[in-house]
Design a protein around this ligand. Structure first.
Ligand SMILES: [Zn+2]
Ligand SMILES: [Zn+2]
Length: 204
């Protein structure tokens, strides 16, 4: 009888899914863990030629990064390259937005913002996805545009020059309302990187 309330604890054991929404006992459930667990990574073909299953672990490792050095995880050749995006790209966009909505460390935040920037500026679709009629750069931009206000919040929060610059440059790609973009450029002028303040880096 006195053990009635331990049932929940017991269920979080060997039966827990491989990619758990909560990263450790006692830790709150995080959006990034929830979003990472939603995607069928193993069913996607990675740019490296194998299954994309390894990306779930890679993204979780970055999300769990402490406040020290930049996480030693790269997605080039797996999700993006300067000319091609691969099948997992839209899923990574969703995970990156979830990371921005979460309370991740500054290095993880900058890492996810940079990946998002590579993905929204992608130019091509891998041949297998293209044969299925998917335009990966377009799909990534559509998804990222759903997080436009997260990106504006990132600019306004002024956490670091890197985060502000990446967020603003992503907005220049996505924002259909150029008047709003210019207004924020004025408001944030004091802390925007020079390229963003002058419009030198605008992609839109
Ligand atoms: Zn890979
Ligand atoms: Zn810039």
């Amino acid at each position: 009888m006195e053990n009635d309330d331990t049932g929940i604890t017991r269920r979080v054991g060997p039966d827990a899914p491989a990619v758990s929404a909560s990263s450790a006992p006692g830790r709150p459930v995080r959006l990034i863990g929830m979003e990472t667990a939603r995607h069928d990574w193993a069913g996607m073909r990675c740019g490296c030629g194998g299954s994309a299953a390894h990306l779930a672990g890679d993204l979780s490792a970055v999300a769990a990064a402490g406040s020290g050095a930049e996480p030693d995880v790269g997605l080039e050749g797996h999700v993006w390259s300067p000319v091609t995006l691969w099948e997992p790209a839209p899923a990574v966009v969703s995970v990156a937005l979830a990371a921005l909505a979460d309370d991740v460390t500054p290095v993880a935040r900058e890492w996810f913002l940079r990946q998002l920037q590579y993905l929204v500026t992608g130019e091509g679709t891998d041949p297998a996805s293209a044969r299925r009629g998917t335009d990966l750069p377009e799909r990534c931009r559509e998804l990222a545009a759903q997080g436009l206000w997260l990106l504006y919040a990132e600019v306004m929060a002024n956490r670091s020059l890197g985060a502000v610059g990446s967020a603003f440059e992503i907005i220049t790609v996505l924002e259909p309302d150029r008047g709003r973009l210019e207004r924020v450029r004025e408001i944030a002028a004091d802390w925007l990187p020079v390229c963003c303040r002058t419009g030198l880096c605008d992609e839109g």
